[in-house]
Structures are given as C-alpha cells and as structure tokens.
Write a protein that binds this ligand. Structure first.
Ligand code: X5A
Ligand code: ZN
Length: 688
C-alpha cells in the first residue's frame, strides 16, 4: 500500500505579479504562495511530506485541453512590452499577464502532473500541489479569472491517457465556478465534476447561466456535471457539510472514481474578500477526510483561489495535515444548513434524480420554485454577460476598507503516542503496525464491584470480568489521548458494548458517545435516554422500535448485506447525525453474522475517523475474526478499498430511509436536504 503525502511546490511560481492597476486582479498576489508554504514549514507539516520537484509542462500536456492557437499566443507573452501585455490581457476576463507568467503556468501544470504521477505510480498515497497561476477558469482558447492553463482539467486527461484511469472525480470547493472544467468535460461521463460556488442568482462573477444547478452535463455526460449554486453569502460549515452528505458523497460513492482531483481553492473560507463565506479553515480537514476513502485514497489537491492570506494559510495546513493522517479537529456548533442552502441542495438533488440512484427518491421541486427566482435575476442581469471589468464588485472599496473578520486559530491536532491497539484473545499476533493492549494496573475495587453487579450473570464470571476490565482501561487510555484507536475481539459484543459505554458516560472525560452497531442483535439502549450516548443500529430486524430520542434503529430489508442501502445510510443518515452530535468517543460494534460486505464495513470504519479526534473503539464478535486485520488497517488510516460503482438500493429501503430522515430532521438539522413546505420548516436562522 502506498504511503506518504506529496507536497509539490516551487518558489519560482511566486515570480510574477500584476504590473498595472486593476482592482479585479489585485488580490492575486505572490504572497498567496509564500504564506501557504511558510505556514506548512513553520507547523512542521512540510517536512513530514515527501517533497516532489515541479517540472515544466510540455506542449503535449497543455494541448490535452487547450487549442494550439491559444498555446501559441500565450507562448509569445514573455517577450511582449508592458503595453502589449495589457492589450493581450484585455481580450480575456479578470486575468493579467506578465513576462514570466507563461513559465509559471507551465510549472503549475507540470507540478500538478508530477503530483498525479507520484500518486498513480504509488510513490505516495496522496498529496497537494501549491501552484500559481490557478487553473479552473481557463478554457480551451481563453485565459480567465487569474487562470492561464487549466491545471486540474489537464491532470484528469493526463491520468486517463497515461494510467488508463477510467473514472475521475473532480471536486471543486473553490468559491467560484470552475466553468473551464465544466466546459471541458460537459459531455464526458468519465469525469464527474462537482462544484459549489457563490452565485446569488447569477449576479456573482462569472455570472453565467450555465453555473446553475440545472446544468447537469450534455449527451453521454448528462448527470456528470453537478453545480451547487450558493445564492447567499455567509455559507458556513453546516452548509458545506450538508452539500457533501446530501449531494457529493452519495454520488461520488455511486460513481466510484479511480482518482480524485480537488480544485482546492480556499476563497470559500471565512475572511476571503471574494467569497464572503463563513466556513472556518478547519472545515477543510473534514472535506478532505470525507474524500480520502474514495479511489483507494488516491487524492490530489491542487491550489486554486484563496485571497485572505491568513485564512488561506490555515486552510492549506488543515488540508495537508489531514492528508498526512492526523486526527481532524471536531467542528463545533453545526446548527444545520440555512434555508437558502437547503433550497440549493434540494434543487441539485431533484435536477439529478434521473441520473443517480442515490437521488431516486429525492423530492421534486414545487413548480413555482423553478422559474420565479431566475426571472428576477435575469431582469437585473441579462444572460450572456461574459464578465464585467469589476464594476459592481468594488462596492466594498468605494465604501472603504472591508470589515475585518476574525475567527479563532484552528486548534492543534496532536496525534496520540499510540495509534491503534488491539485486544485479542489467546495471545494472537497483533495486525501490522498495532500494539497489543494490556492493562497497566489492577482494576480498582469500585470498578470491579460495579462490573460484578452488572455483568457477571454468565457462567464464566471471572474471565468475563477480567476481559471487561481491560476494555475499561482501554477506554480510559483513549479518553486521556494516550491511544487513538482500539480494536477488541470479544465473546459478547452486546456485553462489551454495554460495559464500555456505561464506563465512558460515567467518567467526566467523555460526555457524548456515538454507538454504531452493524448487524442484528440485542443492543441495550437504556443508556441513550439522557443523550450522553446515541445509538444507531443498522439491521434487518423490522421489529426494532425506537426506544428513546437518541436511539435510531435503521431497518434495511436485506440488512447490511445490501451495499448500496448500507452506504446510503452511512452517508446521508449516520454521518450528518454523527457530525451534529459531535461525539467525544465512537464505539463501533460488529454484531455476529451481520452479513455486512467487508469493504463497506471498512468504508464505515474509515469515515468515522473524522469524529471524536479520531477515537474509535471497535468491538467485534469473536466469530468475525476475518475482519481483524483489515479493520485495524482502516483504523490506521489506510484507505478502504473501493466498493465498485454502486447500483440502486432496494426501493423499499429508500422509502423507509427517507421516512426516517424526515423524522430525524426535526431534531437533527444536518439531515435536512429538502425545502419541504417552503419556509414553515425550521431550518436554522436566516443567518445571512
Ligand atoms: C481562481 C480564482 C477568481 C477570479 C475572480 C475574478 N479566480 N473576479 O479564484
Ligand atoms: Zn476562486
């Protein structure tokens, strides 16, 4: 398995800048790269990465996406006079040229391709390229939006051509629409392009009709272009996560990419003078993590925008630190998506329901919704507007300096001294890279007594007690952040679970435990009454009734053996619930004979690592021994194997999941994805 994280960077790409006055371009400065790189060095992240040299892209590389005429025109720019550079620039929108930008643009493409090479040749697991100029706005024959060559689009073509990659997922989390990427792959089903972007009903740059949710792709590529337009500024962590849980992730898993490319622009973060959004830099840890189990972990992040130097540097660090495998900082306060975000998400899901099984039961749009808003926007702004040289957007500057936005620095993310420990019966050898866990001390009489009262009903009383004491010790070591993960093979999952959760909720360190049970079996739910624990059980037992506000029995007709239904549950029910709950400990239980598809279980295990500072205790029934090595590997951050393109979940499961989601969304706002009754539903405050 490939290890390590690549960092591709060269200072040479800081060596061009705007040479004249242009308010639209003045934010694209060389310091964007230097502060990002310096932050990686100062935080110690850079030296943990594998440093990969850049190269110049060849003509052949560039011609994968761009026209010969355009390439030849750009080639001439290094020798143009200042005046001719300005004239050359004027044929494009919101971009500038400089005598050295052609060189840098070739390095930006070359850096991206070096990254793709290292990942595809398995020299590293994943990586990031810090580049300038950015790429996602540039088109076959046009520079645009600070972009000269389309780094990521070229990378996708290059991976297909050189490595036989069949499916590429491009995730564009930059705050602008990467229309250049959309145009390139519009009719191509082998490249799935997802972009969210500030849109404000077409009034925000680049003001294109085709950036709306109803541009779904063309011909064979229909369904493979996914736009999430943000119609208000101020979108925050909840809004971004909701778009991932309810749009991107279900489709991405159904698509099953061989490679994930990220148009990693950080102008979607708080403080950015372009984006005006409110998501904090730590959210990029989660966005990154949520993509890291796709494509066997093959993920290449390539810098696009990001113009607040503080926010940019922090966001870059969060992304790289996650690629390196450090535990994610728990995102606090997720009040759920705002009404406008839910509306956008609803629109996208309904526009794509004919193309993706995961949306087959998505609600249609009310007829009134479709036309009215667009008309309003079109009155103000006739279609076909290419770009304006700024004009409206300098409003801020006319009024004076922008209000300074402040946010707390992202917390440090220390990795505990021990990563994953195992408790196996009979002194079995621990899986690769895991230490066996043994109790350091004899259990206190208080604990022993409590255990004796609750758990020694069986015949093998004392043995069971000793085993449970070890588990309790393990939970405590995890709570003290001495150990990140634990895996225990036990003779009764129900008992072990009951014991671990009871202990966890009675110590002062853990106040919220997320229990996830995979498979049928009696699971005591009494400890969920006060909300100190919540329990999600995925099983084939229809009779399972909800025992408290914090107990969520999920019924699937074929239980966990239906991969599509199982993943739908994980992505759109479990994850949003878990994120909103924000557990301090995750207990993941594999029940006997669960029938869960091995790799789907590993996906679940991997995905849950973004919660609770990465603390998961996995409890498995002894009969499920074959899961030990692979589960330990997933706990250690090794990407779970791909599941293959997913088919349709059973229709009856889709119906019952949708019913469950609707019930839960009253209490758990991150489960909202549908603007049900136009305004009467209690989405979080209209915070913008
Ligand atoms: C890469 C990028 C933004 C261009 C904005 C022009 N470009 N108004 O973020
Ligand atoms: Zn941008």
């Amino acid at each position: 398995m490939a290890m390590g994280t690549a960092l591709v960077y060269d200072e040479e790409m800081t060596k061009y800048k705007l040479l004249w006055v242009d308010p639209a371009c003045k934010i694209e400065v060389p310091e964007r790269l230097t502060v990002s790189h310096e932050a990686l060095v100062l935080s110690g992240l850079a030296e943990r990465c594998v440093s990969i040299p850049v190269r110049e892209a060849t003509d052949g590389d560039i011609l994968l996406v761009h026209s010969e005429e355009y390439l030849e025109a750009v080639k001439k720019t290094p020798s143009l006079s200042l005046e001719d550079l300005m004239t050359f620039t004027q044929q494009y929108g919101d971009v500038y040229f400089h005598p050295n930008i052609y060189h840098c643009a070739k390095l930006a493409v070359g850096a991206t391709l070096q990254l793709v090479d290292s990942v595809m040749m398995e020299k590293v697991k994943n990586g990031m390229a810090l580049v300038r100029p950015p790429g996602h706005h540039s088109q076959r024959s046009a520079a645009n939006g600070f972009c000269v060559f389309n780094n990521v689009a070229i990378a996708a073509c290059y991976a297909k051509k050189n490595y036989g990659v069949k499916r590429v997922l491009i995730v564009d989390w930059d705050v602008h629409h990467g229309q250049g990427v959309q145009y390139q792959f519009e009719d191509d089903p082998s490249v799935l392009y997802f972009s969210w972007h500030r849109y404000e009903h077409q009034s925000y740059w680049p003001k294109l009709r085709e950036s709306d949710y109803d541009s779904v792709g063309k011909d064979k590529g229909a369904g493979f272009n996914i736009n999430v337009p943000w119609n208000k500024v101020g979108m925050d962590n909840s809004d971004y996560l909701a778009a991932f849980f309810h749009v991107l992730l279900p489709v991405a898993y159904e698509f099953c990419p061989d490679l994930v490319l990220v148009c990693a622009g950080f102008d979607s973060a708080i403080g950015d003078p372009e984006g005006h959004m409110c998501a904090t830099p730590d959210i990029f840890a989660h966005l990154t993590h949520l993509l890291m189990n796709l494509a066997g972990g093959k993920l290449c992040a390539v810098l696009e925008g990001g113009y607040n130097l503080t926010s940019l540097a922090q966001s870059v660090c969060q992304t790289v630190q996650t690629l390196l495998g450090d535990p994610c900082p728990p995102p606090k306060e997720l009040p759920g998506p705002c009404k406008s975000a839910v509306e956008s998400i609803h629109c996208v899901r309904s526009a794509h329901k004919q193309y993706w099984c995961c949306f087959s039961h998505a609600a249609d749009l009310p007829v009134s919704e479709r036309s009215t808003k667009r008309c309003k926007a079109e009155e103000k702004q006739p279609t076909g507007v290419e770009h304006t040289g700024g004009g409206v957007q300098e409003e801020d500057e006319v009024k004076g300096e922008e209000l300074e936005v402040v946010w707390p620095e992202p917390p440090l993310r220390p990795a505990p001294p021990a990563h994953t420990v195992v408790v196996l019966p009979g002194g079995e050898a621990p899986p690769d890279g895991c230490k066996p866990f043994t109790s350091q001390h004899t259990p206190s009489p208080v604990i022993l007594n409590r255990l004796r009262e609750s758990f020694s009903e069986g015949s093998d009383g004392e043995d069971t007690l000793t085993a449970l004491c070890v588990l309790i010790d393990l939970v405590e070591e995890m709570e003290r952040n001495k150990i990140r993960n634990g895996l225990a093979l036990v003779d009764s999952v129900s008992t072990a679970m009951r014991c671990a959760v009871q202990h966890a909720v009675t110590t002062s360190l853990t106040n919220r435990v997320l229990l996830v049970c995979v498979g049928d079996g009696v699971v005591p739910a009494h400890f969920t009454h006060d909300g100190k624990a919540i329990l999600v059980q995925i099983s084939a037992k229809e009779s399972e009734v909800q025992k408290s506000k914090y107990h969520f029995p999920v019924y699937l007709k074929k239980g966990c053996s239906d991969v599509a239904g199982f993943m739908q549950t994980v992505l759109s029910i479990l994850l949003p619930l878990a994120y909103e709950y924000n557990p301090s400990l995750v207990l993941l239980a594999l029940m006997p004979h669960s029938g869960v598809f091995h790799d789907a279980w590993l996906q679940l295990t991997g995905l849950l690592q973004s919660l609770a500072h990465g603390h998961t205790l996995v409890l498995m029934q002894e009969s499920e021994k074959v899961f030990v090595n692979s589960t330990a590997s997933a706990l250690q951050g090794n990407p779970a194997p791909s599941l293959g393109p997913l088919g349709a979940p059973l229709p009856e499961d889709m119906v019952s999941l949708e019913r469950l989601r609707q019930r839960m969304q009253q209490d758990w706002k991150l489960l909202q994805n549908t603007d049900g009754d136009m305004g009467t539903k209690s989405t979080s405050d209209e915070h913008r």
